[in-house]
Unconditional design. Structure first.
Length: 369
């Protein structure tokens, strides 16, 4: 019965694929290295309001800009010496921000990433007391880019995935069971941020996507998994509360067999990328893309992009981007549907380089036809 259900789901996905693509589109793909060296880890990629592609590294401290759709990029420039956070675009104002919630500041650009200024922010705690001034910090560093909500009563709200690491705010393994993902959100264009309720414990480094109903899908790295499945949750109130906790059926974590010194099973997982494609190129349908190494329970290899047509419940289509060493990644999409994947890769060592792959949905789904 399970096999029959899987076949039916796959067939439905392929039929939906034809409807989503609508007009004929030729598959396209190219890739280039943008950063070198292990010091330039932690990718974020966003598309600014003017179409500029911003490829950020070193946890938001460096940026390279493209004004021609990702064909060529400027030399790396510093965003700020203490940016150390994740990026987002405020689609209401056009501002780009790198938010360091753990240190209560952000770096803002009003000219699509050309220049940056530092601003203090207020971060308010969640009901557990985490995230406020003097409390265990909530941090955006190493999570996927944030977004501006586009649907429902909270339209215009800024929201970013984040995590909390009680009781000390660090990554000591003995406290992993108490770590959890969360979100921070702002209704005043980034001046004040509220820390949301937790998602599952044992998680860290999250990703968010809003769907057309106004609900928000949360996909989390799992530090404590024994079956290598990523964990998911939803918010139906603009990101304040996360409910419907479960594990994915199609998305698996890589493993680090001896990383977790208190266990005997591979665990630890990996950061990932997640986006919803623009409605204009999907006829308003919810098409989500997810990126991560596809090597369940094993080492960080095989960077892969997955596609979901049912708001993140199943991921029936996938395509390999990089066979070799692969780790953290981030996804963005331009209004015309061009997809940007910024990811860590290696030839001799894992974090030798950071590459930008540029492609379209037709390229990802070509393997399903």
């Amino acid at each position: 019965m399970k096999t029959t259900s899987a076949i039916l789901a796959g067939t439905a996905a392929i039929l939906l694929l034809g409807a989503v693509l609508g007009r004929a589109e030729e598959p396209c793909f190219d890739q280039q290295d943008l950063y070198e060296g292990p010091e330039n880890r932690i990718p974020n990629v966003v598309v600014a309001a003017d179409g500029s592609v911003l490829a950020l590294a070193r946890a938001g401290r460096l940026v390279r800009r493209s004004e021609d759709g990702g064909k060529t990029f400027s030399p790396a420039q510093e965003v700020g010496h203490d940016a150390n956070g994740s990026a987002m675009v405020d689609t209401e104002t056009g501002d780009v921000m790198v938010v360091n919630s753990a240190r209560s500041h952000l770096w803002r650009s009003g000219d699509h990433g050309k220049t940056w200024r530092r601003e203090g922010i207020v971060v308010k705690p969640n009901p557990l007391g985490h995230g406020g001034a003097g409390a265990v910090p909530v941090q955006t560093t190493c999570s996927e880019s944030g977004l501006t909500l586009q649907f429902g009563k909270h339209k215009g709200r800024l929201i970013m995935p984040a995590r909390v690491q009680p009781p000390r705010g660090n990554n000591d393994q003995e406290w992993w069971p108490y770590n959890y993902n969360t979100a921070i959100y702002s209704d005043d264009r980034g001046q004040t941020w509220q820390t949301s309720a937790p998602v599952q414990s044992g998680t860290g480094e999250g990703t968010l996507a809003e769907v057309s109903t106004g609900s928000i899908y949360y996909n989390s790295r799992s530090h404590m998994s024994v079956d290598h499945r990523r964990q998911i949750a939803w918010s139906h109130d603009g990101g304040a509360m996360w409910v419907d906790w479960q594990v994915t059926t199609d998305l698996f974590e890589i493993g680090e067999p001896f990383y977790f010194k208190y266990g005997t099973k591979p665990s630890y997982g990996c950061n990932a990328g997640l986006i919803r494609l623009p409605s204009a190129v999907t006829d308003g349908k919810d098409v989500l893309l997810f990126s991560a190494p596809d090597n369940p329970g094993k080492s960080r290899h095989r960077m892969t992009v997955f596609v979901s047509y049912d708001q993140g419940l199943t991921w029936p289509v996938k395509r390999l981007v990089n066979e070799g060493l692969s780790a953290y990644s981030s996804l963005a999409a331009a209004p015309d549907g061009t997809i940007y994947l910024l990811f860590e890769r290696g030839e001799q060592k894992l974090y030798d380089r950071m590459a930008l792959a540029r492609f379209n949905l037709a390229w990802v789904t070509a393997a399903a036809k």
